[in-house]
Design a protein around this ligand. Structure first.
Ligand code: SER
Length: 589
């Protein structure tokens, strides 16, 4: 069976049970500037979990491409990936635990024919916020599960939610990957990392709201949020014991193996995973940079570059691995759109590769020298100063330095690095690494101003170049804004001057920026343009700047254009495939 057909099985199953299929949202959340990536299928559904009516109804299903960086260091083992497909289904205030557990079981055991003896499940053990989840346990028992297949854990394992918002106890489903081997010890169970238990799915019973102060209150409706791992279950169906042997990765791994002079399986898997994620991120408009999503992309590409070198693969040969990844996206039918974006994907990854290749060798030499010095002095911790030097001069993301240190039996003084890093970031309170660590995109007065300037630039480009201009990508740091858009030719200097003039004219007019929360249909009627049409229904934010610009957007924005200062275009350049890029700054008056 093809992975794509398995994906369809999931959706057909839940559609047959009265669920409506909803579309896959972009990897970059559309209406939520507080998080970097779509990390779960529930992400775009937050308003509906809170009680807003979803246009498609109260029972939904889909397959959502997700990106998670919390397990990034485990990538290369049998089951961890950065990007994965989450097979989802939701009950928005309809059915609850019993029905959710029954259908999860029915799908896995009766439909897919997985062995119920190899399945273990977990339930919430209970605490001051929520009682022990006997209800879920008894649903599992009712389906024939013995008590030794049901485990109870606390919040750290059996509770799911984002930093704030809808959340609740969950019931995870695990498959025994080593049925003929005993547990690795008396405490071994689904929460153990020994490799015996692989998580394949999760039912979250979202019935609480987590507030910023850490307290919980009941939601007005009780929801089910289910996520099953496509790659993991597919590998079970195909009788493999790891996701990399399936059609999802094998063709790419073959190319990597052929090119390697020193094949290391974990490095090859990591390259296959990270390259696929890089392609998917660029497809959704991300470009390597030092902040936010762009930093995660940069970090993944640079990690690939280092491991390519370990395998003895030259940078010129990386292109065929990227191409194989794109081809495989088409062949598996999971990501055919990668082909349309091939040119920009290749351009961006290879540009970043080239940039980093130039400093990687010297940086590694420098690191080895630092490591030697430490050893000679009987020390084991790399200082903040040294790790910052590797970051600043040689372009080593701090996580790469940590990886190198680990390989050499050393530690990194991470706090000292962050301190040094922050000293360096004179303008911004939150550095990009902090933003990455906390999963928070950087938002402050300066970036807010750049968000509004982006709307003005977008409209000014439409006025000067035509309606074909639309936002294909945008990236904002505290230092500048960047805007990517389609245009067949380079802009003339007259056009650039005109665009700049129009934007500054709107700034000088001191126009109030108005925000409307309306349905998507109303937003369209108002004539609002938008990077993504909201496919998930109803409420979208529309920002209106006088009669000049009206756009759907998550914000944040300034309240009046006069807060922007002077707008100045610094550069206009081609980024391949009929795409142009403008870099611009705001000069505070
Ligand atoms: N949101 C839950 C998870 O990510 C279930 O979909 O595990």
């Amino acid at each position: 069976m093809k992975a794509y057909d398995f994906k369809k099985m999931w959706i057909d199953y839940f559609v047959s049970k009265g669920h409506k299929e909803i579309e896959n949202a972009p990897l970059i959340p559309e209406n939520d500037p507080s998080v970097l990536f779509t990390t779960a299928g529930m992400h775009p559904l937050v308003p509906y979990l809170l009680g807003n009516p979803h246009p498609a109804g109260r029972k939904l299903t889909n397959s959502q491409t997700c990106l998670r960086t919390n397990d990034i260091d485990s990538v290369g083992d049998a089951s961890h990936l950065t990007c994965f497909e989450m097979l989802g289904r939701w009950s928005l205030g309809e059915y609850f635990k019993e029905e959710a557990i029954k259908t999860s079981y029915d799908f896995l055991v009766n439909y897919l024919k997985l062995d119920p003896k190899r399945i273990s499940v977990t339930c919430f053990a209970g605490d001051q916020d929520s009682p022990r989840d006997e209800e879920s346990a008894s649903s599992w028992r009712g389906l024939g599960f013995n008590d030794d297949q049901i485990y109870f854990y606390g919040k750290e394992d059996n509770w799911w939610g984002l930093a704030t918002g809808p959340c609740g106890p969950d019931s995870e489903i695990f498959y025994d990957m080593k049925p003929n081997e005993p547990k690795c010890g008396p405490n071994c169970g689904p929460a153990c990392n020994c490799g015996k238990y692989m998580e394949i799915g999760n039912n979250v019973f979202m019935q609480y709201y987590k507030h910023e102060d850490g307290s919980y209150t009941p939601l007005k409706q009780r929801n089910v949020d289910t996520g099953f791992g496509l790659e993991r279950i597919y590998c079970l169906l195909e009788n493999y014991n790891n996701v990399y042997d399936t059609e999802l990765f094998l063709p790419v791994l073959k190319v990597i193996k052929e090119l390697s002079t020193n094949y290391i399986e974990s490095s090859a898997r990591m390259i296959a995973d990270h390259t696929r994620s890089a392609c998917l991120l660029i497809k959704d408009g991300v470009i390597p940079s030092n902040v936010g999503q762009g930093y995660v992309l940069r970090r993944m590409i640079r990690k690939c570059v280092r491991h390519l070198r370990k395998l003895g693969i030259a940078k010129e040969q990386y292109e065929s691995i990227i191409k194989a990844t794109i081809e495989n996206g088409v062949a598996t039918k999971l990501y055919p759109v990668l082909k349309e974006k091939e040119e920009i994907i290749l351009t961006e990854i290879l540009k970043e590769t080239k940039k980093f290749m130039n400093t990687l060798g010297d940086g590694e030499k420098k690191f080895n020298q630092m490591a030697r010095n430490l050893r000679n002095n009987n020390l084991t911790v790399l200082s903040g100063e040294d790790s910052f030097k590797l970051y600043d001069t040689y372009g080593f993301p701090i996580e790469m330095t940590q990886e190198l240190a680990k390989e050499n039996g050393l530690d990194v003084d991470i706090e000292a690095f962050h301190k040094r890093f922050e000293e360096h970031q004179a303008v911004s309170k939150k550095g990009s690494d902090q933003a990455f660590k906390g999963g928070l995109a950087e938002t402050n007065e300066i970036t807010t101003a750049y968000h509004t300037a982006t709307h003005l630039l977008h409209k000014a480009l439409k006025v000067v170049l035509g309606e074909h201009v639309h936002q294909a990508g945008s990236n904002i740091t505290v230092e500048r804004m960047r805007f990517d858009f389609p245009n067949p030719v380079k802009m003339t200097s007259e056009q650039l001057i005109e665009v700049e003039r129009i934007v500054n004219e709107q700034i000088k007019k001191a126009i109030p920026v108005e925000k409307y929360e309306v349905t998507n249909e109303e937003a369209d009627k108002m004539g609002a343009i938008g990077l993504f049409d909201s496919k998930y229904g109803n409420v979208v934010n529309v920002y209106k700047i006088g009669d000049f610009s009206i756009e759907k957007c998550g914000g944040p924005h300034v309240t009046n254009t006069q807060e922007l200062g002077e707008f100045k275009i610094q550069k206009e350049e081609g980024i391949g495939a009929g795409m142009r890029r403008i870099k611009a700054i705001l000069i505070k008056k």
